[in-house]
Design a protein around this ligand. Structure first.
Ligand SMILES: C[S@@+](CC[C@H](N)C(=O)[O-])C[C@H]1O[C@@H](n2cnc3c(N)ncnc32)[C@H](O)[C@@H]1O
Length: 295
């Protein structure tokens, strides 16, 4: 199994001060309005994902996976024990189809960006993967999928875009099959507090850990970078670093049984490559959760 380092990277929105601001009270109160704006922004950003299509076809055709080793450890070998894997916020489908290569008989990807799902459909066609793509806000994932996920996988830059974590956790619980497993691998909220200084050592950012949602235009150069639409003309998007407490509490409140919560130094979007070797591994840059339905 080959593994390819991922390029899914969070919006380090606070890098570009003039394009970042706190969301207004009116914006914060309108979850669906924030999601609609973010959807337009992601549809624009799909342009960047289209650039890796050929590489993704090659990787998947060779039986490879775009997931990290830590994710393989969490997910395990799916052969013979996963009829359906559902991937929430699947983007262009590269990670979703990696689950097929890990042994899922069928994969389902849910995302609200039409352009991302067009790319995912092309990828499935090129690789012959048995995949279904569902165009929906993750909060509105269709009910015909309820109770069918032997594996429910999500992460790598997903939660920050969601503005109602309780509603998301309820979706997680309703999609899981009675014996299904939930696996999340995500960027760590503490990552927003640290940057790499010119000397290669960690420095504190001015990000407010408890500040909530930010509105921004434009993308960090290490992530999506420049698009054909100038930064200032791009759609506004809304992101927030949910704390670990908020994520875990939402899942517990929804009724999930948690088997494991872990923090990892894995630089999941390569945004901290400039750190000196001795600085790596000191700070949690990602975290994972594994859970299932009780009983
Ligand atoms: C960083 S990408 C996730 C990348 C993913 N890990 C992968 O396989 O490449 C974030 C994705 O979440 C999607 N997204 C954001 N908010 C969403 C929502 N409320 N409902 C559905 N999809 C959403 C975006 O369209 C985008 O494709």
């Amino acid at each position: 199994m080959t593994t390819q380092a991922d390029s899914d990277r969070p919006a380090q929105a606070h890098d570009e001060d003039e394009l970042v601001r706190a969301a207004t009270d009116a914006e914060r109160a309108d979850v669906r309005g924030m999601h609609a704006a973010t959807r337009a922004a992601w549809d624009e950003a799909a342009e960047r994902y289209e650039g890796w299509f050929d590489e993704a076809v090659e990787l998947l055709r060779s039986g490879g996976s775009n997931l990290f080793g830590v994710e393989h450890d969490l997910i395990g070998d799916l052969r013979g024990r996963c009829r359906r894997a559902i991937h929430l916020q699947c983007a262009g489908g590269r990670d979703t189809l990696s689950l097929w290569n890990l042994g899922a008989e069928e994969v389902v990807g849910v995302d609200f960006s039409p352009r991302m799902l067009e790319l995912a459909a092309r990828l499935a066609e090129a690789t012959g993967a048995p995949a279904r793509w569902v165009l929906a806000d993750v909060l509105d994932t269709p009910h015909d999928l309820d109770g069918t996920a032997d594996l429910l996988y999500t992460g790598r830059g997903s939660l920050i875009w969601l503005q109602d974590l309780d509603a998301w956790a309820a979706v997680v619980v309703r999609l899981l099959a009675p014996t299904g497993r939930f696996v999340l691998f995500e960027g760590h909220p503490a990552e927003w507090l640290f940057d790499v200084g010119e000397d290669g050592r960690w420095v504190a950012t001015d990000y407010d850990y408890f500040g909530g949602v930010e509105a921004s235009r434009g993308w960090s150069p290490e992530y999506i970078d420049r698009l054909s639409i100038p930064d200032g003309a791009q759609s506004l998007k809304f992101a927030r670093a949910w704390t670990l407490g908020e994520v875990i509490t939402a899942l517990l409140r929804a009724g999930l049984r948690l088997d494991a919560v872990a923090e990892h130094p894995v630089d999941w979007w390569g945004g901290h490559r400039d750190a000196l070797p001795e600085e790596h591994g000191r700070i949690p840059l990602s975290f994972s959760i594994v859970g299932r339905l009780p009983g």
